[in-house]
Design a protein around this ligand. Structure first.
Ligand code: HAM
Length: 424
């Protein structure tokens, strides 16, 4: 037997309706905010992520699925969605079109991580990106979309934490302060932190090594180094969130695991989302598009992990829709009856009803058992007397009542009964 690769998961037919529920909720919410879907390739040139996500990040340094294709080009399975959207925006000169540009995506992403609860090597994201607006209202709009999506799903115990990591100007000063703080501790820190000290000391704040964590706990905080503009921007984001009734706490230690961020960063966390706890993360990234060859375009966005969301939905016992029931099962007693059942099933499907019939030459009793397992609302039986009469015996599976219905009126009858049930 060939097993599934480590860190990946099958979504089986019996559970896929839960995924549809989350995906449909995401689409409906994004579209309410005026975002339209964008689809970009699963793989991109490796350089896009190296430049975009940043070579001091764990993602680029350790976790990418990178390989040479048959043309000897280095390509990488996307570890996230933002860099691909940014590349697409620049490549299609979308900055010259209608701004702000607002796009959302539902994608699979790949990171070679150590698998554990809520951490996979292939995972799925719902993300949204907003380009062209530099004001705090765009940050608030993106956070409101993220919050609205989680509310639409019915999640209650998910907390929003925000921070500002400043701009190039104020971060330079902050990096100086961090270096002064870390220099005396450097010899006892991990090899990654030693490299980060030179290239991007802020990333040291995010180190997961126990020894390093104890040292970073006392490190200076970016919030204390914000320049006037960044401070005003952050204050305005907070005012807008307060006004919109979106609850948050300011957490100065959020730096995010990707290099492209500036100013606002945020995470929605839940204790039920596995060891990491973050179900959704994002922020502003005003220099990424310029880095990819565009003129400067301000940008802000987020992505949520669908596997983690499903874990939280289940842990919170959130009310979920039932799997859509089968409208009707067509049971046939013997070969000629099964043939009629097959033809009737086709008529019902053409009329827009969901319908199944026997494909296994089973007894009527076994067909009823199957119909029950599939949650059929009605079962229409075709036996030899029904065949002669030109009518099926239709059984209501909820209350066991039954009625004779002419074959030529069956589709209309089931559609009418279905409508009555739906309208209560
Ligand atoms: P991220 O924080 O790396 O940000 O990922 C966003 C979300 O994807 C996480 O909060 C988590 O729910 C999920 N996720 C990440 N890695 C895994 C994994 N190995 N297994 C399961 N779920 C995972 C980004 O990806 C940014 N592109 C977000 C963004 C969009 N920022 C601006 N625009």
């Amino acid at each position: 037997m060939i097993n599934i690769p480590k860190g990946t998961k099958d979504v089986l037919p019996a559970e896929v309706y839960l995924w549809h529920h989350v995906e449909n909720t995401a689409r409906a919410c994004a579209e309410r905010y005026g975002f339209r879907e964008i689809r970009t390739p699963v793989f991109e040139h490796t350089e896009l992520f190296a430049r975009g996500v940043g070579d001091t990040t764990d993602i680029v340094g350790k976790e990418m699925y990178t390989f040479l294709d048959k043309g000897n080009r280095s390509v990488t399975l996307r570890p996230e969605g933002t860099a691909g959207v940014a590349r697409s925006f620049v490549e299609h000169s979308l900055g010259g079109g209608v701004l702000p540009f607002k796009a959302y995506y539902l994608i699979s992403a790949f990171r070679y991580e150590r698998p554990q609860a809520g951490r996979l090597r292939e995972f799925h994201q719902f993300g949204a990106e907003l380009y062209g607006a530099e004001g705090a209202v765009a940050d608030a709009e993106i956070i409101a979309l993220a919050d609205g999506f989680l509310r639409d799903l019915g999640l209650k115990n998910v907390a929003l934490q925000i921070n500002s990591i400043g701009c190039k100007t104020c971060r330079a000063q902050y990096h100086q302060a961090l270096k002064e703080y870390f220099r005396p501790h450097l010899s006892s820190m991990c090899a990654d932190c030693k490299a980060r000290f030179e290239k991007n000391p802020m990333r040291m704040i995010d180190c997961k090594e126990e020894g390093c964590k104890a040292i970073t706990a006392g490190a200076p905080r970016m919030l204390d180094y914000l320049c006037g503009d960044c401070r005003a921007h952050f204050n305005e984001v907070k005012t807008l969130l307060d006004g919109a009734g979106i609850h948050y706490t300011v957490n100065p230690s959020i730096v995010r695991g990707l290099d492209y961020y500036s100013r606002t960063v945020f995470e929605f966390t839940s204790a039920a989302a596995g060891a990491q706890g973050t179900v959704l993360g994002g922020g502003r990234y005003d220099s990424l598009l310029e880095q990819l060859g565009s003129k400067s375009v301000p940008a802000v966005g987020f992505a949520a992990g669908l596997e983690r969301l499903l874990m939280v939905l289940s842990a919170e016992n959130t009310a979920l829709p039932d799997e859509a029931a089968l409208d009707c099962y067509l049971a046939g007693m013997d070969a000629p009856c099964r043939e009629k059942a097959f033809l009737l099933a086709q008529e019902l499907r053409r009329a827009g009803l969901s319908c199944e019939t026997d494909l296994m030459a089973r007894s009527v009793k076994a067909q009823f058992k199957y119909a029950d397992k599939r949650g059929a609302r009605f079962v229409a039986v075709v036996g030899s007397s029904e065949l002669e009469e030109g009518a099926a015996e239709v059984k209501d599976m909820k209350n066991s009542s039954s009625e004779r219905v002419k074959f030529c009126e069956l589709a209309q009858y089931i559609a009418k009964r279905k409508g009555e049930i739906e309208n209560g």
